[in-house]
Ligand binder design. Structure first.
Ligand code: ZN
Length: 423
């Protein structure tokens, strides 16, 4: 009898090992990027235990490789004419990373999305609206095609104003909306201005991606209240694929699709593997995107794996509270490690606060932090209340400046709310 990989951990690990060994044997002859890094490695001897002997891969390494061998670098297993999809990262922190997929690799990406949809209980009659500009960013392209392959009605809502998008999704009775958490809130704000009733619409769920907001309790709550719908947090990235989704019975965290990847959590300083329950950096190996695979990729995302079994019955690792923050976005203030997501979790509890910006100044002897908040009712007491909440929960006092609504940049995709001045 075939074992169920979602509920049988031993069977899952045996399949991960088999897939890893097979993938390495397939890719190493053609892929000079990985062949160079893994010279002397015998694919048949690599197991989940010995995986840690393989070198890490970093984003910097990929960017350097693409700069040295433009435009696509050397992480290509097959001849260039075998590739048929190109996406790239926004490059908000430097050069964009380009990513090519063969037909088979792209299909693997779509299959991951089909598993994600199964996890949130997608029904045949669900209509999905993708409130997203379909540009070179991988964003919801795979989500769209995965849903279309499932036979669901898919609404592309690119190239529209927010008001037009809202009317479009309501007129077509969309039941699931895919967007960033920031844009979910933005749409809710515009809906209110336009007199549109989102809580009583057909929308039953939102799948949010691209930012940690989907697992930040206060942000999630705000979106769910404004839409009258459940929010599911999704995890993925251009170069890795879509590999995480919240399950129905256990909100506030997401499962990794471990049939399609191997997950490790490491101490970012030493590289040593950490146990479930310990906070560290997520390292992923994807098992099906052979056109440009990533082996032991340092995601830069800080996570904690839930040591408790999940009520949904899946044995896939579950990341408690979603991504806590990016390793490179963490700052130290009065001796405490602070992630912007911890501040967002406080700010979103204040309904008066709209868009916000976190300004960290590390140029002086003491790091200082300023919160610039759009406040609908410019009331001084909000600044004092925010300051007090931060002091109580994060043990330092920020400077809080209230600014007029609409004066901070609003993003449809990923918001860049952290501004750092470093020495
Ligand atoms: Zn679960």
């Amino acid at each position: 009898m075939r074992k169920d990989l979602t509920t049988d951990r031993l069977a899952l690990e045996a399949q991960q090992t088999a897939k890893l060994q097979f993938m390495l044997a397939q890719i190493l002859p053609g892929n000079s990027f990985h062949a160079h890094k893994m010279a002397g490695i015998k694919p048949g001897l690599i197991t989940l235990e010995t995986l840690s002997e393989l070198p890490f891969t970093s984003k910097e390494e990929l960017l350097e490789d693409q700069a040295r061998r433009p435009p696509y670098g050397t992480n290509l297993t097959y001849p260039i004419h075998d590739y048929y999809r190109l996406h790239q990262t926004s490059g908000s922190k430097g050069a964009p990373l380009r990513w090519l997929d063969t037909r088979a690799s792209w299909q693997w990406f779509l299959d991951c999305w089909r598993e994600i949809y199964a996890c949130i209980g997608l029904k045949r009659e669900d209509r999905l609206c993708f409130a997203f500009s379909f540009g070179p960013f991988v964003g919801f392209w795979a989500a769209f095609e995965g849903a279309a392959q499932s036979g669901n009605l898919c609404l592309t809502a690119g190239g529209m104003t927010t008001s037009a998008r809202l009317r479009f999704l309501l007129e077509n009775a969309a039941t699931i909306v895919c967007c960033t958490p920031t844009y979910a809130l933005r749409m809710a704000e515009i809906a209110q201005k336009d007199g549109l009733d989102l809580p009583n619409s057909a929308v039953r769920a939102l799948i949010v991606a691209g930012e940690p907001g989907g697992s930040i309790a206060a942000t999630k709550q705000q979106i769910e209240a404004a839409w009258g719908a459940r929010v599911f947090d999704h995890y993925g990235m251009t170069e890795m694929g879509s590999l995480g989704i919240e399950c129905v019975p256990n909100p506030g965290g997401f499962h990794l699709l471990e049939t399609e990847c191997i997950a490790e959590v490491i101490d970012p300083a030493s590289g040593a593997r950490l146990a479930a329950g310990e906070q560290g950096e997520l390292v992923l190996t994807n098992l099906g995107r052979w056109g440009s695979p990533l082996i032991r990729y340092r995601t830069g995302d800080r996570v904690i794996v839930d040591p408790a079994p999940c009520p949904c019955g899946r044995v896939f690792a579950r990341i408690i509270g979603g991504v806590l923050g990016r390793t490179d976005d963490m700052f130290v203030i009065r001796g405490n490690n602070v992630f912007p997501s911890a501040l967002e979790n406080i700010l979103r509890r204040f309904p008066e606060v709209g868009e916000f910006r976190i300004e960290v100044d590390e140029t002086g002897p003491l790091t200082s932090l300023t919160l610039r908040l759009e406040c609908q009712l410019a009331k001084a007491h909000v600044a004092e209340q925010v300051c007090e909440a931060v002091r109580r929960e994060l043990l330092f006092r920020p400077e809080v400046i209230l600014v007029a609504p609409g004066s901070l940049p609003h993003a449809e995709m990923k918001s860049q709310r952290l501004v750092r001045r470093m020495k």
